[in-house]
Ligand binder design. Structure first.
Ligand SMILES: Cc1ncc(COP(=O)(O)O)c(C=O)c1O
Length: 375
């Protein structure tokens, strides 16, 4: 059997990782400024993380959500403390799309409404509702089309109020920082206005922090720069450093009913062990502060380079928009300078390194990047 060929692949196989470095099958070493698409939060193969999963699999790999699993509660308590949402509750699933899917459902169960507001260039995942609120018609199948969605321009308060005033909007979903859309930031005032408009018109505010959360922006959640509290917050990617996991943080106003949400694998023993280890490492090594510090340094240095149209971002979520296609720059970075980066569209390079990126590694990246840019 062959694989369903839906991914354009680089002809590189990564077989080993350590911290912010990875190695391919020919033993070439790469600097990882991509973190496997913002997934590697605490670095590759961190010993605390490896030991936590190894210890757990030696005891128990899996049992179902029909019995107690104290690892879930331990993780929920640690997460509440780490992110400042101790009064929220947690529902665990396996991916970012699933987190958004459940958030959209919960909002609709709660207020009985159907329409969703999403934003231009948003990406929220590939499952039925999550893909429908993603602003990319190419990946929305006919079976997904029935959910009513209105896409509005980011940062346009008036447009949001006009739609919310119609009274049929169940939820507004927005990324803390748009990732796939090219590192576009909602302004703090826009998020504050969204918060009060959602309250005024009885719509739920869903913050998708799947890419921008878990310390990446230099705060636990990117929306915390605006000082707001959403009704629902979705997380995945960095939550378990590569072990598949997603989470939905739920404000106290939602009342759980047995059976309204459910999952086989969500919150399993291995995922929880991985996620607990991630929070321990983040705390011990102060990785959120590190993301803020190293990210600010990188942004400042990148802003001074000629040829880049705009540098956007917060913490270690950085986009560099060029006037021309970035294909060649990215390719040279990877194949000549051995640096992994991400892209958004055709003109923007995305940096999403592990949150443990050191100042020396950031400087090393700048040296290699300048070589590629010839500056
Ligand atoms: C902002 C955002 N939301 C949702 C998702 C979907 O997450 P997953 O691929 O884990 O389903 C992604 C993935 O890139 C994302 O960046």
């Amino acid at each position: 059997m062959k694989l369903f060929d839906v991914y354009p692949l680089f002809n590189i196989e990564i077989i080993k990782g350590k911290g912010c470095h990875v190695w391919d099958s020919d033993e070439n070493e790469y600097l990882d400024l991509y973190g496997g698409h913002a997934v590697i939060s605490v670095g590759h193969s961190h010993p605390t993380y490896v030991n936590a999963i190894t210890d757990q699999i030696n005891k128990l790999g899996f049992y179902s959500n029909s019995v107690q699993n104290s690892l879930q509660q331990k993780f929920a308590e640690k997460l509440g403390k780490a992110c400042g949402y101790e009064d929220y509750t947690l529902f665990l699933i396996n991916s970012g799309a699933e987190a958004n899917e459940n958030a959209l459902k919960l909002a609709s169960f709660h207020n009985g409404k159907k329409r969703v507001i999403a934003f231009k260039h948003a990406f929220h995942g590939r499952t039925s509702a999550a893909v429908r609120v993603t602003d990319n018609p190419k990946i929305i199948a006919p079976v997904n089309e029935d959910l009513a969605v209105t896409y509005l321009p980011l940062n346009d308060v008036k447009a949001v109020e006009t739609e919310l005033a119609k009274g049929d909007v169940s939820s507004v979903i927005i990324e803390g920082i748009q990732g796939v859309g090219g590192i576009q930031l909602p302004t703090d005032t826009f998020l504050q206005e969204l918060r009060s408009l959602c309250t005024k018109y009885d719509a739920c505010l869903i913050l998708d922090e799947i890419q921008s959360g878990y310390g990446r922006s230099g705060k636990f959640f990117a929306h915390q720069y605006a000082g707001i509290q959403p009704d629902l917050i979705t997380v995945a990617k960095g939550i378990a450093n590569g072990f598949p996991m997603g989470g939905l943080l739920i404000s106290p106003k939602f009342k759980p009913i047995y059976g309204m949400l459910g999952t086989t694998f969500g919150g399993n023993h291995l995922a929880c062990s991985a996620a607990i280890a991630v929070l321990e490492i983040m705390e011990n090594e102060q990785l959120i502060d590190n993301a803020a510090k190293v990210g600010a340094y990188l942004m400042e240095e990148l802003q001074q380079l000629p040829g880049i149209k705009e540098v956007r971002g917060r913490g270690l979520m950085i986009g560099m928009e060029f006037n021309e296609s970035i294909k060649e720059v990215r390719s040279k970075l990877l194949f000549e300078e051995k640096v992994f980066t991400g892209v958004a569209g055709t003109h923007t390079i995305r940096l999403l390194p592990p949150l443990c990126l050191s100042m020396d590694e950031a400087k090393e990246f700048l040296v290699r990047f300048k070589k590629v840019l010839n500056v």
